[in-house]
Design a protein around this ligand. Sequence first.
Ligand code: DGY
Length: 328
Amino acid sequence: MRVAVTRRIPARGIEVLELAGCAVSVWPGDLPPSREELVRLAADADGLLTLLTDRIDGELLDALPNLKVISNMAVGHDNIDVDACTARGVVVCITPDVLTETTADFTWALILAVARRVCEAASTVRRGEWRTWEPLGFLGQDVHGATLGVVGFGRIGQAVARRALGFGMRVLYTDRTPVDASLENKYGARFVSLDELLGASDIVTLHVPLTRETYRLIGARELSSMKPTAILINTARGPVIDTAALVEALAAERLWGVGLDVTDPEPLPPDHPLLEFPNVLVTPHIASASEVTRQRMAELAAQNLISALRGERPPRSLNWDTIARKGA
Ligand code: DGY
């Protein structure tokens, strides 16, 4: 089994592939391979282990006719045209669950950092500007007792809500449908419409996948319905927010603070207008970046890939059943 890996990944992933007898070629660059480089790397590969920075579409699949499986080392899969893969019998796998808690932890890192102006305040210390204790210095927003609005109440949204219990928060959530009453009770969470959530929340946190329906879900109208004291957090995907509308809302001081681990575009250029606002904290898409979680993601991506190549049901596939049904 020949496998191409589109970047250096945690060692455990490569180990699992090699132990299964795969011949592994790893793209050595720090940046993602270009389309041509990817086609060359994976020319005779049976399986491709991809990252969210690799665009997988029909054109690429046609250039790689040997390919049987795409295993994305991410839970998000908006970089993959799954229908194009299914139509060609290419199995697509992802890595949910293993990153849920780590991503929820990081969402809270952003919430607390923005609400309490941690980065702004810390950088003044480094600049030698800490002169005295100031009664009016760096006044933030309380997190305890505030209302948290969770947009997208899947695994990660729920893990974020669970942590809110410790802060004594009121939790509102929205999704396509409500979850079971038992889960609502567990998190003390109430299902509301997106509009109600935006109008009532002190902190709004986004946890929806990027799809046609969620593209620019948070635009000018939605931003203007938020409280002027509200904080917006995004650890999902950048294009869920209309960036131009967000810049406008910030310029008009219609939001109190923003924490973004994902942006549109990504990476965000250093001269982007978003970076001019001191109340905007941007991190470079690192919510799942803990030592242990990245090893687990790599391991699961490798296990998915091997199972699919062996013709077995992978632990986490998006289209295995459909392809198996078609083949039967
Ligand atoms: C994902 O898995 O989709 C994250 O964005 C990266 O961990």
